[in-house]
Design a protein around this ligand. Structure first.
Ligand code: GLN
Length: 229
């Protein structure tokens, strides 16, 4: 399992969200607290963020441990956005090890990360030509981002077709977050200036809420909605 984190709210720097929390994505790259599958997320990292300049997000990925990226550590305090999505990767056996297999995957205004694994044969053939990699998560992202309003139903369809699948996805388009809990942990933190959706709490703030398995989480200007899948 990999780990992912997203923020929607007031502008905050990539460093504040991803690198400076007590148990944030940086710490989760070597010491996740709630990860049940795999132990170290050292196979790569990625981040997407949205600015007013264009609808498509900026994306930066590397096929190396987050803790080893001195350039990100230098630049991240200077980059701020109101919507940010970050991920660290523990590659599934048999999946590619290069940067194109690292989340987040991007299509149009959307970016998506996946914690888990899915049998690629249950995903429709139409997803393959637009997939950024042959990695299961990239094919899944291609299919889900072809119909962002259908992420919940499509995750359920894939989960029913592959009962061994773990399908925690986290997607954003700059104004919305959409996440699923399907086989792994997911938590939400509502603060005065925004919302965090993450694989696991990045600190011990008592306001963190655990999301029940098989749920859909939607965050936008209207607030946070958690519904059963
Ligand atoms: N299956 C995906 C990959 O290989 C995600 C792995 C994970 O969640 N650990 O990258």
């Amino acid at each position: 399992m990999c780990r992912h984190t997203a923020w929607l709210g007031a502008e905050r720097s990539l460093a504040d969200l991803l690198l400076e929390r007590e148990h944030g994505l940086l710490q989760q790259s070597w010491a996740p607290r709630r990860q049940h599958h795999g132990s170290v997320n050292a196979d790569g990292w990625g981040a997407a963020w949205w600015t007013a300049a264009r609808s498509a997000p900026a994306r930066w990925r590397r096929a190396a441990p987050l803790w080893a990226d001195a350039s990100l550590a230098s630049v991240a305090p200077h980059v701020a956005a109101g919507c940010v999505l970050g991920a660290v990767r523990d590659a599934t056996v048999g999946m590619p090890a290069d940067e194109t297999a690292c989340a987040p995957f991007v299509r149009g205004a959307w970016a998506l990360s996946h914690n888990g694994r899915v049998e690629r044969s249950v995903l429709p053939a139409e997803a393959w030509p637009t997939a950024e990699s042959v990695c299961d998560s990239a094919v899944l992202a291609s299919w889900l981002l072809a119909a962002p309003d259908e992420i919940g139903p499509r995750v359920r369809t894939a989960g029913e077709a592959d009962p061994t699948a773990r399908l925690n996805v986290l997607a954003a388009d700059g104004a919305r977050l959409v996440a699923t809990a399907w086989g792994d942990t997911l938590s939400v933190l509502r603060t005065d200036d925004g919302v965090v959706v993450a694989s696991e709490p990045h600190d011990d703030d008592p306001r963190w809420e655990d999301v029940p398995d098989r749920s859909l989480v939607q965050v936008d200007a209207a607030g946070v909605r958690v519904t059963p899948l």
